[in-house]
Design a protein around this ligand. Structure first.
Ligand SMILES: O=c1ccn([C@H]2C[C@H](O)[C@@H](COP(=O)(O)O)O2)c(=O)[nH]1
Ligand SMILES: [Zn+2]
Length: 200
């Protein structure tokens, strides 16, 4: 529907680039109106609630990581379904029956180091799942997944990965390349200080 006649003469007198600008201004929604402010406030509240939910699950992943016997890096992973129910947890550790006292946790000897034995937290969480499928689940992990874990998460068809810490090392760079190509989104969450304080 064309604008009223008197507007046509005003708008058509303007240079082309101003004509669009003029029309856009007429569509401009005033954020200061009470209705729009309420919409903006509601969006802000929803975003805050979402962030708090991610922080809660990442705090659980951090608590899970405390069970790891890796003296250098403890990793925890929590997987939740579409209803935000926890369906699995995992931490980095040696396989069942592989004795922590026999196998070494150090990493100096290329022929005998922990990386040859340790099961990653994400892998343990995938294996430990108490549901038929991880399809569309959300993964919370304290350390960004390596390339091998990224493969398993992609194959498990999880929906998104939230993480606390990242590393600029080849396995993690390769992981990002795969996740982005597979369109599996990931997001780093910042925890305010004190969020790990667990009242026992
Ligand atoms: O995706 C990952 C990557 C690493 N981990 C675990 C494996 C190891 O136990 C530590 C890393 O040890 P560094 O001494 O920092 O190399 O993290 C994991 O669980 N998931
Ligand atoms: Zn891994």
């Amino acid at each position: 529907m064309s604008p009223p006649t008197n507007e046509i003469s005003e708008i058509s007198d303007l240079p082309q680039h101003l004509q669009l600008e003029n029309r856009l201004e007429k569509l401009y929604i005033n954020p200061n109106s009470s209705t729009n402010q309420q919409l903006i406030d509601e969006d802000a509240r929803k975003a805050e609630n979402q962030l708090e939910k991610h922080q809660r699950f990442l705090r659980m992943a951090k608590v899970t990581s405390l069970r790891s016997k890796d003296p250098n890096t403890q990793v925890g992973c929590v997987i939740v379904d579409k209803e935000n129910c926890i369906v699995s947890v995992g931490y980095n550790g040696f396989p069942i029956g592989v004795d922590d006292d026999v196998f070494r946790w150090d990493k100096e000897d290329p022929e005998d180091n922990k990386h040859l034995y340790v099961v990653h937290a994400e892998m343990n969480a995938i294996i430990n799942k108490r549901c038929a499928t991880l399809h569309d689940c959300t993964v919370y992990v304290t350390l960004f997944p390596c390339n091998k874990c990224a493969q398993m998460l992609i194959q498990s068809r999880v929906k998104k990965v939230y993480f606390l810490e990242d590393r600029d090392e080849l396995p993690f760079r390769a992981s990002k390349k795969m996740l982005e190509h597979a369109k599996l989104p990931y997001e780093q969450i910042v925890m305010p200080r004190g969020k790990y304080v667990i009242e026992c």
